[in-house]
Write a protein that binds this ligand. Structure first.
Ligand code: HEC
Length: 193
């Protein structure tokens, strides 16, 4: 009985510790502050294209616009900042967005934290990793599924939209999401000295 409760205590403390250590680091790190503002700029560029094309031509036109512009928008934001900026997911539409091992681990960590009740709005994760002889600062922030998103990422999409997506992305995996789900995440990295 005693060893049982000790075990529970240990497990719960251990699972909380990295979060505490990390949130401390995140609040004071200037790289994190930069990453946060880049996510805002990149996210609002994407949203702008999505919303204006949805308004002017509906989801079919928006699909074309996102297909054409999502890559260049990420590149533009990357080039002007010196960071590598993109989006990834456990279920990607564009295979160029597939996650590497670190990103996959972080996405799974986000799912766990969400299941434990943490708010997606404030969720983020940052870590400095070694790649060869370089140190790379990596940052991710989850992207929640909103009402607008299920038009093209949901479980019950119109036949027209489904067809259009299949023609642009034959290996699409990014459907079946519900409002509130983690659709994916912004992912940023920068080589540091
Ligand atoms: C008009 C259809 C449409 C809507 C609405 C839409 N998306 Fe997408 N989404 C796409 C397309 C097309 C891509 C692939 C873009 C590319 O080629 O890089 C994509 C890609 C993504 C990706 C990158 C990962 C991947 O799967 O390749 C994320 C993350 C994403 N969408 C999130 C969202 C969120 C969040 C919303 C709601 C705010 C949303 N999408 C609304 C069409 C849409």
């Amino acid at each position: 009985m005693k060893s049982m409760s000790m075990k529970v205590f240990l497990v719960s403390t251990l699972s909380i510790l990295p979060l505490l250590a990390n949130s401390g680091e995140i609040a004071t790190n200037s790289d994190t502050l930069a990453a946060r503002s880049l996510v805002k700029a990149f996210g609002s560029d994407l949203k702008h294209v999505l919303k204006t094309s949805m308004k002017s031509g509906g989801p079919i036109k928006a699909l074309d616009q996102c297909h054409i512009q999502a890559g260049p928008i990420a590149q533009e934001n990357s080039l002007s900042s010196g960071w590598e900026i993109g989006r990834t997911s456990l279920k990607v539409r564009n295979e160029n967005n597939a996650s590497d091992e670190w990103e996959m681990t972080t996405l799974l960590q986000f799912e766990k934290r969400k299941a434990a009740g943490e708010n997606l709005k404030t969720m983020e994760y940052a870590e400095t990793v070694k790649v060869g002889d370089k140190k790379v600062y990596r940052y991710m922030k989850p992207i929640p599924t909103a009402g607008l998103c299920v038009t093209c990422h949901g479980g019950e999409m119109s036949e027209e939209i489904t067809k259009k997506i299949k023609s642009l992305y034959p290996n699409d995996q990014a459907t079946g999401f519900m409002v509130g789900d983690i659709r994916g995440a912004f992912t940023l990295q920068k080589i540091i000295k």
